[in-house]
Each structure stands twice: as structure tokens, then as C-alpha cells.
Write a protein that binds this ligand. Sequence first.
Ligand SMILES: Nc1ncnc2c1ncn2[C@@H]1O[C@H](COP(=O)(O)OP(=O)(O)OP(=O)(O)O)[C@@H](O)[C@H]1O
Ligand SMILES: [Mg+2]
Length: 507
Amino acid sequence: MAESVRTLEMKNISIEFPGVKALSNVNFSMRSGEIRAVVGANGAGKSTLMKVLAGANETYTGDILIDSKPCEIRNPRSAKDLGIELVYQEVDTALFPYLSVAENIMFNNIVTGMKGRALIHWKGINKAAREILDRLHMDIDVTRKMSSLSLAQKQMVLIARAVRERCRFLILDEPTAPLSLGEVAELFRITKELASRENVGIIFISHRLPELFEICQSLTVMKDGQVVANKSVDGSLTTQEIVNLMLGRSFEENFPKRKVAIGETLVEAEHLADEEGKVRDVSFTVRSGEIVGVCGLVGAGKTELCKLLFGAGGMRSGSLRCRGKSIKVRNPTQAVRQKIALVPEERRKEGVLVSEPVYFNLSAACLDKFTNRFSFVQRRKELENAKKLVADLGVKTPSVFQRVRYLSGGNQQKVAVGKWLASDSDFYMLDEPTKGVDVGAKRDIFQLIQKLAADGKAVLYASSEINEILAITDRVYVMYNGRFAAELVTEKTSEEEILYYAAGGKK
Ligand SMILES: Nc1ncnc2c1ncn2[C@@H]1O[C@H](COP(=O)(O)OP(=O)(O)OP(=O)(O)O)[C@@H](O)[C@H]1O
Ligand SMILES: [Mg+2]
């Protein structure tokens, strides 16, 4: 049953952080039942604007009106009372891993319900949680521990928690970044249903522009803390036009592949298997100057393979050779000593130290380059290295002294990538390095990877984005269910062929 239309308006919203004018005079408006995309380059201000709505940026100036009525949103509680819910970019931080699904969904009710009441009605909580999941046609057992769920399921739980009460505006900040194609379809189904059946207004942030055409009716483009365009998404709008507006210049989204002489075999793995059965009998080679792709759907085992090679997973069997010499990698420290680098998938957990400054993160993987780092000269070298990387990757930060936690999601990712690119390794593994980065930054990252290859390094590029694999690799292994299902030469293959093997197709 659709309720009467509600409107949401933000007028002249500005916010300043030390050294950063994150939003300046932003106007934003939408109505319930609408699905509106918010796009923009990394650091454009998307998350900051949405945090204002959700009561997490209480120092904003400007006006917020709901149904033309002015309201102050200075804390999360008042946002919730107005029916505004935000599902954050980093799903894990918002959940309680050791509680059940039901407890996570009903968390706020448990806490408020406990005041003055000694008894928690567990059966009631499970039932209420199940009703919400049923309403959204989500098939998840409410008694399961949160930590046992996949990322996609965790996100579903967050959405369920958000719409538990009378949610009128739901903000999804890059919800699809960690999801597989099937999971994206499921998320879109739920999103559309919430909009059309329950009249929820949905704000959808994403760097995967093509998907916006599938579910959004309208689009707001942000650049450097301002709104630069509002568009309706119809047949006449193109991805190219959006990109141009985002970056403020015309931009060709093609990545010219540099031809690099491919040398001798640098890395050789034979019959690798891990203890959990996520990697099963994997053998491959990477030559010097070569960029080898590992392509597979989310969950195929790419991340586990990279971790195994980096000494961060339990090795059951198999052997690894580097430059013809047999090596043992029992932990990441040994991996680094063997000149193996890994840009991990989960950046906040494993890729960066969020409470340390940018420069520290960028030199953490190559401290030996700056040994005796407390002397003035060495420190200067360290800072120079950091400044160069910040420029090469276009990291948006007021200075290299900024703590990483204050960077936008995509800029944190750039630091996670940059940190390893600066290390002096022989074998580089990158696990979904472009997740959450904008198109411009993606090209910068690609250029740095190609430079590594040109310098004779061996690169393993793990991704579920077939277009990236086709753009940057020389050769590709398609992974399915823990095994390499096919080995293909990039120039001679196609999206269809890769997808065929990635989906379990046989030769
Ligand atoms: N708490 C904070 N302290 C200092 N600077 C901040 C803070 N929060 C955000 N910023 C800065 O504000 C700007 C906008 O960041 P925001 O996170 O909104 O970008 P975004 O558009 O969401 O980017 P992304 O696509 O990378 O997620 C960035 O320059 C960021 O570094
Ligand atoms: Mg963001």
C-alpha cells in the first residue's frame, strides 16, 4: 500500500573538515518512491552528503526539509525518527558478528526494549525478524550467526534492519561493489520492490555506471563537493556523458595496452590446495613482464588463492617456485622477504592502517628503502615517495600527513594499492584492486600496473570484472569452484568465453 508522496530537500548544505571543504552549497532533492543515483569521482562528497542526511555529520550548515518542513538532523536518532536510513560502504563495521541474524536486525528494539524490562522475548525477536525478511523475500535463517553469512547476505540483513521500521528514505552507499552478478540482481529486485510497493525513496551510490541504467530513474552528479548536474535516466543519457560530468572533462574509457617484452618464467605454482577446500589443485606460471588474470565470479576462490600465495592461508599441499628456486611461504612476513606483494581485497581490514597517516601507509611495505628512517634525510625520502605516489594515483587528500580514516572510500583503496606498488617486489598480486575507485583512478592504477610489467615484474590480477581482465592482461586463468577451469590468451578470447568457464562450463 503506497503512502502519500513525501519530499526530501537539502538546501545550501556545506561542511568543512580540517583542510577540506567537503561540501559547498549543495542542493539535493527527491521524493519517496523514486530511485535516484548519486555519482561522482572518489572524494567528490557523496558519502559526506549522505552522512549529513543520516545524522552522522552533525556540523553541517544549510537546511533540510521533509515534506517542506524544516528539520534538524544532528544525530543518527533524529534521522531514524524521520525515516532516513543509511547502509554504509563498509558493511562489516555495522554488524555484530557473534550475534544472530535476528538479533542484528532487531538490535535497536532489543536495546530500547531492555530499558525497564528485564526479560527479552527471544521468540518474539526471531519471529519479528523473520517477518521482515519474508516481507522482502529474503531467504536467510534468522538463527544463524552473523559471521557465517556471505557479504551479500550481510548486506541484506543491513537492509532488513534499515527497513524494519517505517523507513521512508533508504541510502545505499556502494552496495554492489562486493556482490556477484546474481547477488546484484537480487539486491535490485529488493530495491525496486521497496520503491514501488512501499514507496521508499532510494538513494543509490555506485561507481559501476552501467548498472544505474537498470534501476535508477534519476541521477545526481557530484564533483569537488558540489552538485554539478541532475538528470533523468532515460534513453538519451549515456555513460560517456555521466563520466564527462563527473570528471569535468571528456574521458575515453579505454585502456591502451602497452606492448611489453615477456621474459622467462618468474613464478611457478604446482598443485596448490588450501585446507578449507577453497583452492583445489591450482597450477600456473607467470613470466617476467607478464600480466596474468585470474577471473572468476565472486566466491570462485580468487581471494583464497592470493592469500595462500601470500602465506596468509592454510596450505594443504602444492609447491611454489620463484626464479626457478623452490620457496616456502608460511606467513606474510616470509612472503614479503621473498619479494611477493599482495594488494588485498578487504582494504580496511587488511590493506591499510586507518589510524596512520597517508605517508606512513605508503611506505609501510618498503621500509627498507628508507632504513634508518628517523634521520632527517631518510624521512625526507619517505615523504617524497609518498608525495609521488599520491600524485601518480590522484589520491585526494589535503596532505600526506592526513590519517587514512579521513579519506573517502575510493581514496583509501588507492592508498592500499599504492602501498604495494611502491614496494620493491618481484611478484605482485592484486585482488580486485579497482573496487570502489572511479573511472579516472582506475586508469591510473592500470598504468601503474603496466609500468610494473614494463619493469620486468610478474603480475597476477584477480578480478570478477571481465572487461578489466580483457583490458589489462596478457593471459587469463578462469577460476570456478576452487579450480582453474581454463587458460586463455587474452587477445584471442572474449567476454562470452570467459563467462562460459566462469559459470562452470566445461571444455
Ligand atoms: N571526517 C573527515 N575528516 C576529514 N576529511 C573528510 C572527512 N570525511 C570526509 N572527508 C573528506 O571529504 C571529501 C569527500 O569525501 P567523501 O567520502 O564524501 O567522498 P565520496 O564521494 O564518497 O568518495 P568515494 O567514491 O571514494 O567513496 C574527501 O576529500 C574526504 O577526504
Ligand atoms: Mg564514499
